[in-house]
Design a protein around this ligand. Structure first.
Ligand code: SF4
Length: 392
C-alpha cells in the first residue's frame, strides 16, 4: 500500500511532466535507437550542449545500420568536442551487436538491452521505460537527488547500496502504464526545478509532501562523499611547424587504439616527471624557463619519437580535466631540426600510451596537416583549441 506522500509524488510529477515537458529532438518519437543515442550523449553533458551534436549525429547516422557500418574515425569526428569519447566507440560497438544479434532492431528485452556495449543500468532503464514503456527504473544523479530530498533520505548516494535502494523506490513509484513519462518527469524535475545548488521549491509540483523541504534540508541533501580529485599531470607539447612542401602545416600524431582518447589526433607531447613539473609553474614567457623546458622537450621528443626538433618559443598554456586526470600543458612552437627528416622513421616511434608512460615501443602514424584536415580528423577539445588559436 503506497503512502500518501508516495501517491502524491507519482500523480503530481506525472501530470506536471505532461503539461510542462520541453520539446527536445529525442522526444519526437519513441524510436529506441534515437533514445539510446540521446541517453549516451546526455551522460555528463548538458542538454543545451547535446542538442546540436545530437541533430548532426542523427543526420549522419539515422539508423542503427548506418552507425554500425560507419568507419570509426567518422563516428569520432561527429562526436568531436563532446568529450568522453569511449561513449562514441561503445555506442558504435553496441549498434554492431544489435545488427549481429537482433537483426538491427533494439530488442524489447531488458537483459538483452543491458548486455549491449556501453549500456549500464541507467541507460537500459531509460531505453526500456521510454521506448517500450516498461516499468524499469532509470536512476542517475539527478533522480537520486530528487528522491533523496523528497523522502529525506540521508544515506550516501555514492554507495552502491544506496543506489540499489533508490532504484527499488523508483520502481515502486512508477504509475501503471506510464513508465516512460514518469521517468522522464523525474529527470526533468531534477534538471529544471530540483537543481543541485538552488532547488526552486516554491515552483515544485511535489513540494507539499517533500520531506526534505519540510525538514529544511533541501540544500544539504543528497549526502554524497567526495570523489577523489583528478590526478594532476604536467605536460609539454610541440606545435612543430613545417617548411618547404609542408609550409603552413603542423605535425600531428594519432593516439594508440586503446586507452585514453584512443585513436584521436593530437600534437606531440610528453609527460613531465614530478621533479620536472616545476617548469610549468614558471611564467611561460620567461626566457630562462623557455630554454630549460625547450631543451627538455627537444631531448624527450627526440628520445621518444626520433624527431629532431628545435623549440622556437612559448606559444600558450592550457588545461584539460578528464574524469580521473587533470592535464596542465605548455605548448611551444618548434621547427624540425633536419629538413630531410624521413617521416617513415617517425612512424615507428615509441611514445606513451593511454595517458600513462610506457616503455613499450608503439607504432604511431604521424601526419602533416593544414586547417582543412581539421574537417576530417578527430581531435580532443584541448588540441582543437590550440590548433584553432594557431591558425587564426
Ligand atoms: S520541494 Fe524542493 S527539495 Fe523537494 S523535490 Fe521539490 S524542489 Fe526538490
Amino acid at each position: 500500500m503506497k503512502s500518501v506522500a508516495e501517491q502524491h509524488f507519482s500523480r503530481e510529477l506525472l501530470s506536471w511532466y505532461r503539461a510542462n515537458k520541453r520539446t527536445l529532438p529525442w522526444r519526437a518519437n519513441r524510436d529506441p535507437y534515437r533514445i539510446w543515442v540521446s541517453e549516451i550523449m546526455l551522460q555528463q553533458t548538458r542538454v543545451d550542449t547535446v542538442i546540436p551534436y545530437y541533430e548532426r549525429f542523427m543526420d549522419r547516422f539515422p539508423t542503427i545500420r548506418a552507425l554500425a557500418e560507419a568507419p570509426e574515425p567518422e563516428v569520432l569526428k561527429c562526436w568531436e568536442g563532446l568529450g568522453y569519447y569511449s561513449r562514441a566507440r561503445n555506442l558504435q560497438a553496441g549498434a554492431r551487436m544489435v545488427m549481429e544479434l537482433y537483426g538491427g532492431e533494439v530488442p524489447d528485452d531488458k537483459t538483452s538491452v543491458a548486455g549491449l556495449k556501453g549500456v549500464g543500468p541507467y541507460t537500459s532503464g531509460a531505453i526500456m521505460s521510454i521506448a517500450f514503456n516498461r516499468p524499469e527504473p532509470a536512476v542517475d544523479g539527478n533522480v537520486m537527488r530528487v528522491l533523496s530530498r523528497y523522502f529525506c533520505l540521508e544515506e550516501d548516494i555514492a554507495k552502491p547500496k544506496t543506489r540499489i535502494g533508490i532504484e527499488k523506490l523508483a520502481v515502486s513509484l512508477i504509475p501503471e502504464g506510464a513508465a516512460g513519462d514518469f521517468n522522464q518527469g523525474l529527470m526533468e524535475l531534477g534538471a529544471l526545478v530540483c537543481t543541485p545548488k538552488s532547488p526552486s521549491c516554491l515552483l515544485c509540483p511535489v513540494m507539499e509532501h517533500c520531506a526534505g523541504r519540510i525538514a529544511g534540508k533541501e540544500h544539504e541533501l543528497p549526502i554524497k562523499t567526495k570523489a577523489k580529485p583528478p590526478r594532476p599531470e604536467h605536460r609539454v607539447a610541440a606545435i612543430i611547424v613545417g617548411s618547404g612542401a609542408n609550409a603552413g602545416k603542423v605535425l600531428v600524431r594519432q593516439r594508440p587504439e586503446t586507452g585514453l582518447l584512443a585513436q584521436m589526433w593530437e600534437l606531440p607531447h610528453l609527460l613531465l616527471s614530478k621533479e620536472q613539473s616545476y617548469l610549468l609553474a614558471i611564467d611561460g614567457a620567461a626566457a630562462n624557463e623557455q630554454a630549460a623546458a625547450g631543451e627538455l622537450l627537444t631531448k624527450a621528443v627526440e628520445a621518444e619519437t626520433g624527431l629532431l626538433i628545435r623549440p622556437r618559443k612559448w606559444f600558450m598554456d592550457a588545461e584539460h580535466v578528464f574524469s580521473h586526470i587533470h592535464w596542465t600543458m605548455r605548448f611551444y612552437l618548434a621547427d624540425l631540426g633536419a629538413e630531410d627528416y624521413s617521416l617513415a622513421a617517425e612512424s615507428a616511434a615509441a611514445y606513451e600510451t593511454g595517458g600513462e608512460t610506457s616503455s613499450e615501443a608503439v607504432e604511431q602514424p604521424y601526419r602533416w596537416i593544414g586547417p582543412k584536415d581539421m574537417e576530417t580528423l578527430a581531435f580532443p577539445n584541448l588540441f582543437l583549441r590550440i590548433l584553432r588559436e594557431y591558425w587564426d
